[in-house]
Design a protein around this ligand. Structure first.
Ligand code: C5P
Length: 309
């Protein structure tokens, strides 16, 4: 059973104060983009994970792998005792620790694949519940499209968004750890006063301007409204990102942001031709390890092939 699953960028990422459980309350707008990993699962005697493709060596192997955890979480929720081991093969194109939710994507793909392979017949909503226990971004990788995430990011509402958006993603040489970026965000806020939204007792709020711009389908309206509260933290850990963001703006990107916890930078283009020009200019400027052009919104995790019995 093979499942294709997209990467995501966050069009808005508003981070509330640190909660007692170690997470932050979020309001985020997820947007799936056409950069995909593929995950194949097969019945096996014991669960294993093999990774090929981009950054394969830096994907955690064995029990620590998020895809393996997803398979176990699904088996546990189905009270499936025997016959729950699977060989998981991940063909990676989404870079690792990049702020693109690649690990979460692989976990979501594994849930869809195992649900099918085992004939479990869980509904999308039931699968989303299992996904939320595996990681904050996993439910969105199941859903795809453009959606508002609340809570840890796992409570989703599909967003009304018109049109297609053309992006250039600029990859950095090395990844960033999500918990470290959140911790840096807390430190910066502690040094600079109260957390945004915490001072007056309100949590983070969805940008109604951004939602209206998305409904209009106009990238020129969306670009200036992109926002990411984790960006100062990511830039503090990787000062080079400032150069990449500035270069993108200079080359006419309609919006330039760090994606999620970074270090990937996402640049919004006016159209496909503009995205091509932007990709060439960013490559020439030498501000990143590589670039890729993608379109959003992309569909969520979906079966692409079933192997004959
Ligand atoms: O849920 P997930 O395991 O993907 O989260 C990874 C880490 O990111 C958490 O351990 C936490 O440090 C941080 N995080 C957070 N607030 C969120 C989501 C993630 O602090 N809403």
């Amino acid at each position: 059973m093979t499942v294709r699953v997209p990467a995501k960028v966050n069009l808005q990422l508003s981070v509330g104060p640190l909660r007692d459980d170690g997470y932050h309350d979020l309001v985020t707008v997820f947007h799936a983009v056409s950069l995909y990993d593929e995950v194949t699962v097969r019945p096996a005697d014991r669960t294993s994970v093999q990774v090929t493709g981009r950054d394969a060596v830096s994907v955690p192997a064995g029990r620590a792998n998020l895809a393996a955890r997803a398979a176990r979480a699904l088996a546990a929720s189905l009270r499936r005792r025997g016959r729950s081991a699977v060989q998981i093969e991940i063909r990676k194109r989404i870079p690792v620790a990049a702020g693109l939710a690649g690990g979460s994507a692989d976990a979501a793909a594994t849930l869809v694949a195992c649900n099918d392979l085992w004939g479990a017949g869980l509904s999308p909503a039931e699968l989303r519940d299992v996904a939320a226990g595996v990681g904050s971004d996993v439910p969105f990788a199941l859903l795809g499209g453009t959606a508002v995430g609340q809570g840890r990011g796992e409570r989703l509402t599909a967003a009304l968004a018109a049109g297609t958006y053309h992006w250039v993603l600029a990859f950095a040489a090395a990844g960033l750890s999500t918990p470290e970026v959140y911790a840096a965000c807390d430190r910066l806020r502690a040094a600079g006063g109260a957390a945004k939204g915490a001072a007056n007792g309100t949590g983070p709020a969805l940008s109604t301007e951004l939602m209206a711009a998305l409904r209009s389908g106009d990238p020129a309206a969306v670009g200036p409204l992109l926002s990411n509260d984790l960006q100062p933290a990511a830039v503090s850990l990787r000062p080079d990102l400032r150069r990449a963001l500035a270069a993108g703006r200079e080359f006419g990107a309609l919006g330039a942001i760090v994606s999620g916890s970074g270090p990937t930078c996402a640049f919004l283009a006016a159209n496909a031709g503009h995205a091509r020009d932007l990709a060439v200019s960013l490559t020439g400027a030498g501000v990143c390890r590589g670039v890729v052009r993608v379109k959003g919104p992309a569909g969520g995790a979906a079966v692409v092939a079933a192997e004959p019995e």
